[in-house]
Design a protein around this ligand. Structure first.
Ligand code: GUN
Length: 288
């Protein structure tokens, strides 16, 4: 088993951003939750953005906030020409979750750097130019790295990469708009056979043991040992849960796993750093 270096992928993406020039515009982050993991994630995004010379504006709401107050703030950001990217950090306060679609769809699609509006998700599904949600982009780049570890470049070797993906059996264990659904759309457009799985999936192991590529993002942790995977599989673990022993993912490490699978994104140092770099690239470079 070899490790997919998220740090290397992120550094390549960030190097491309530095060369990308104009960084005068502002990335606005709307936070309407009381989730500590989410707060930390927002902190990391802002720190990395500022380090790369990208200005940010954080708008935080108290738990008494109404849906109308959040959408009014987003509408204001939509009209502000200095703000060219708007993202609403998820999850929302419980009383706002019922309005998640309405809140996200208030973001102007051309500023939707997280790719979560219905317009962006639909365009992505149809194979049209669209913002790719950061975690989805990070998965795709991690798969690319697995084929060109010594010669990895962002978006590089695209024709050969497309050829490699064609016909692959892929299991995605996540069905959200943030990861599973848009990832399945992209992989389908590459010609993969995709199984999108979730907590009600029956006999998940029967599917994962047939998969050339498994992408997990359950948000739980330490669920899948080597018995779940096929020899030579490529594994992408998007989960990162803070435990007393540090961050851990869905996949259980063992000597048996190391002897069996070809590639794994480690936790930490795998998908995490790539998602932030990918988001900032979406912001700096605009739609694909
Ligand atoms: N919550 C966890 N990950 C994400 C993300 O990538 N974007 C947003 N908006 N919320 C999240």
């Amino acid at each position: 088993m070899q490790l997919i270096s998220g740090k290397l992928i992120a550094s390549k993406i960030e190097a491309g951003l530095v060369q990308g020039g104009s960084m005068q515009k502002v990335l606005a982050i709307v936070r309407a939750n009381a989730d500590s993991a989410s707060a930390k994630y927002v902190e990391l995004k802002i720190a990395k953005a500022n380090k790369l010379g990208i200005s940010t504006k954080l708008i935080e709401f108290p738990d008494t906030t109404t849906k109308d107050e959040v959408t009014a703030a987003i509408n204001k950001l939509n009209l502000d020409p200095t703000v060219t990217g708007v993202l609403v950090q998820l999850p929302l306060f419980p009383n706002l979750e019922g309005f998640r679609g309405e809140i996200l769809n208030t973001i102007a699609p051309e500023k939707d750097v997280d790719g979560l509006t219905a317009v962006n998700q639909g365009r992505l599904q149809l194979g049209e130019s669209a913002f790719v949600p950061a975690t989805v982009g990070a998965v795709i780049e991690s798969l690319r790295f697995s084929q060109w570890p010594d010669d990895y470049d962002f978006g590089g070797h695209e024709a050969e990469f497309a050829n490699w993906l064609k016909g692959k059996n892929v299991v995605v264990i996540n069905h959200s708009a943030l990861i599973g659904r848009p990832l399945a759309d992209i992989l389908l457009n590459y010609g993969c056979t995709v199984s999108v799985c979730h907590e009600f999936t029956q006999n998940l192991k029967a599917l994962t043991t047939q998969a050339d590529i498994v992408v997990t993002a359950t948000g739980k942790t330490q669920l899948f040992d080597h018995n779940f995977f096929k020899t030579g599989a490529v594994l992408v673990d998007c989960t990162s849960v803070t435990t007393p022993h540090g961050p851990t993912g869905d996949i259980i490490l063992s000597p048996e796993l190391e002897a069996k699978v070809a590639w794994l994104t480690p936790v930490p140092g795998g998908i995490g750093p790539v998602t932030i770099a990918y988001l900032l690239r979406n912001f700096a470079a605009g739609v694909n």
